[in-house]
Ligand binder design. Structure first.
Ligand SMILES: *[C@@H]1O[C@H](CO)[C@@H](O)[C@H](O)[C@H]1NC(C)=O
Ligand SMILES: *[C@@H]1O[C@H](CO)[C@@H](O)[C@H](O)[C@H]1NC(C)=O
Ligand SMILES: *[C@@H]1O[C@H](CO)[C@@H](O)[C@H](O)[C@H]1NC(C)=O
Ligand SMILES: *[C@@H]1O[C@H](CO)[C@@H](O)[C@H](O)[C@H]1NC(C)=O
Ligand SMILES: *[C@@H]1O[C@H](CO)[C@@H](O)[C@H](O)[C@H]1NC(C)=O
Ligand SMILES: *[C@@H]1O[C@H](CO)[C@@H](O)[C@H](O)[C@H]1NC(C)=O
Ligand SMILES: *[C@@H]1O[C@H](CO)[C@@H](O)[C@H](O)[C@H]1NC(C)=O
Ligand SMILES: *[C@@H]1O[C@H](CO)[C@@H](O)[C@H](O)[C@H]1NC(C)=O
Ligand SMILES: *[C@@H]1O[C@H](CO)[C@@H](O)[C@H](O)[C@H]1NC(C)=O
Length: 475
């Protein structure tokens, strides 16, 4: 482990006064890029309260939902792996382990009732990154904990039990529990988590069962039309009658396209491409190249990433403000696993990183919820360049941080470990415990927090439908 630099000690000190600063990166200097990333990361982690006395490790404060905390700690795993900055390793470790739940599957009792397949997935994606990068192994800590690989396998195995062939020819539902809105909706992000984790488990473990699942899941996406012949990745569709999310057999597809949906499928396809050969590899190369080409034309403006479904109208939600973070993460991962894509991806990441950093001179204050260094709050609209768009938040800060450090993937990223290639995480192929609605009766009664979560689900669904309408009107 590298020693902490004087700067990192200073930044990590809780009592640091708010000095005037800005994120001014010299892109020819590794030192400068790392310093810029560190300043943005500091502002990002100041949003996190789970490390405060009396707060719950792993949770972000309102208005951020539990899944976004999982996404945040996945980002912080990679931030450490890319930059070597150990400032947040302990907090990240503690957060991830605190949320594993009684069955070691990222279904902690406090969250379970509201939890969707995608929510669980973002925590598992963080654990997958931890396994692939040899992040702090629980066995090497005094506190101990659950092995990263086993956590991912638990989530994967539970997904497999939830695969539903009764409607739409297959697929995971968005939600896990029948009483949550979205139980009659199948979508690209929930199935994308299953696919992406399956492909990466196949690469890490060499177990062909995971690869077989990845094939099944992708083929279903293709059949149902959530990924179309032009490699558009649509949001999803409802099924059954009397639902608020569409009727029929997943035929009324919400055609909204989100950055993270494109990214999670692209990256999973790249992992499959990486571990196959011959005609199988040709098949995955066609998909990687198709998804990348569509991503490039749909989500970039002059090589700068944006969120077409909501960003131009300044209508993104707390959730969707963070989505670009995951597309840059998965573009970088794609370049690692399908190296021929680097020529295309490097230009997109470089332009996006430069523009994202320019958005990080925002003067948001503590009254706006920003506790980072003054003048380093990141806005959302990278396309607009140097003029801070006046917004701040976890999503904006995490997306900008991601743009900056993932752009250095080929220079900084550690090699991806595997079971037989230096990986220290140990697995448990039979981890996980399938659950049904009935298993919930053992959980505590619904609390105010749970109700707020249920309202969110409804809002998210309505928001999704509105976004879908906006898309159709615009087109
Ligand atoms: C993380 O925790 C370990 C063990 O408690 C400690 O030695 C180390 O200094 C901590 N690192 C940071 C950056 O706080
Ligand atoms: C938060 O985490 C850091 C890094 O692990 C640690 O040094 C610090 O003591 C923690 N703060 C509190 C209030 O627990
Ligand atoms: C569950 O939530 C309660 C109330 O916020 C909190 O006290 C407790 O620590 C949480 N449990 C876990 C395991 O996070
Ligand atoms: C970590 O500990 C578990 C439980 O004791 C053990 O099964 C596993 O082999 C250990 N893994 C490593 C990498 O030491
Ligand atoms: C439902 O959709 C799936 C996927 O498109 C298809 O395979 C299946 O035949 C359809 N079932 C009915 C009853 O239309
Ligand atoms: C091609 O892949 C298969 C299975 O993935 C493997 O068994 C075989 O050895 C590979 N062949 C070559 C030439 O790499
Ligand atoms: C690209 O960004 C510019 C500058 O904000 C804007 O004028 C233009 O309409 C955008 N193009 C697209 C296709 O969104
Ligand atoms: C597969 O991934 C490894 C690790 O990132 C990389 O070195 C290798 O070049 C990749 N293979 C292909 C065909 O891109
Ligand atoms: C491969 O993965 C499957 C699915 O989880 C599991 O049932 C099987 O035991 C695994 N095989 C090995 C050799 O670990």
């Amino acid at each position: 482990m590298k020693p902490l630099s004087a700067l990192s000690v200073w930044l990590a000190a809780a009592t640091v006064p708010l000095a005037s600063a800005s994120v001014d990166i010299d892109w020819t200097s590794e030192t400068s890029i790392k310093a810029g990333a560190k300043t943005i990361a500091y502002g990002l982690m100041k949003y996190y309260t789970g490390n405060n006395t009396g707060d719950v490790a792993g949770n972000l404060p309102d208005p951020y939902y539990w899944w976004e905390a999982g996404a945040l700690f996945g980002t912080m795993v990679d931030y450490w792996a890319y930059t070597g900055d150990e400032s947040y390793v302990n907090e990240t470790f503690t957060a991830l382990q605190h949320q594993v739940g009684d069955d070691n599957d990222f279904m902690p009792a406090n969250q379970t009732k509201d939890e969707g397949n995608d929510d669980q997935g973002f925590w598992a994606l963080a654990a997958m990154a931890a396994a692939e990068t040899n992040f702090l192994n629980p066995n090497d800590t005094a506190a101990g904990g659950v092995q990263w690989l086993a956590l991912v396998q638990a989530v994967f195995n539970e997904y497999a039990t939830r695969w539903d062939t009764a409607d739409c020819g297959g697929g995971l539902r968005w939600q896990i529990w029948s009483f949550n809105t979205g139980y009659t909706y199948k979508n690209s992000i929930a199935n994308g988590c299953f696919f992406n984790l399956g492909a990466r488990l196949a690469r890490y473990t060499g177990n062909s069962t995971y690869a077989a699942w990845a094939n099944t899941i992708y083929d279903w996406m293709d059949d149902v039309g959530f990924i179309d012949d032009e490699y558009n990745v649509f949001d999803g569709a409802g099924f059954g009658t009397g639902t608020t999310t569409g009727t029929g057999n997943c035929t009324e597809i919400d055609q909204t396209q989100w950055t993270y949906n494109a990214g999670i499928w692209l990256h999973g396809a790249a992992a499959m491409y990486n571990i196959t050969n011959g005609t199988e590899q040709d098949k995955w190369k066609t998909r990687v190249d198709g998804l990348l080409a569509r991503t490039q034309t749909y989500f970039f403006n002059d090589s700068v990433l944006y969120e077409p479904a909501c960003e131009p109208e300044s209508a993104c939600t707390t959730d969707s403000l963070s989505f670009k973070a995951y597309l840059v993460r998965w573009l970088a991962g794609t370049a690692q696993l399908a190296t021929h894509t680097w020529d295309t991806i490097s230009a997109l990441l470089a332009a996006s990183a430069e523009h994202a950093a320019l958005q990080c001179d925002g003067t948001a204050t503590e009254a706006d919820g920003y506790k980072g260094l003054s003048g380093t709050a990141c806005g959302q609209k990278w396309v607009d360049g140097a003029t801070w768009d006046g917004t701040n938040g976890v999503g904006q800060q995490m997306a900008a941080l991601s743009a900056v450090f993932y752009s250095q993937v080929m220079a900084w990223a550690p090699s991806l470990y595997a079971d037989d290639d230096g990986g220290t995480s140990t697995g448990d192929a039979s981890a996980g415990l399938p659950k049904t609605d009935a298993s919930l009766t053992t959980l505590a009664a619904i609390t105010t927090g749970d109700k707020a979560g249920a309202v969110f689900l409804t809002m998210a669904t309505i928001g999704g439908l509105l976004a879908g309408c906006a898309f159709m009107v615009k087109d």
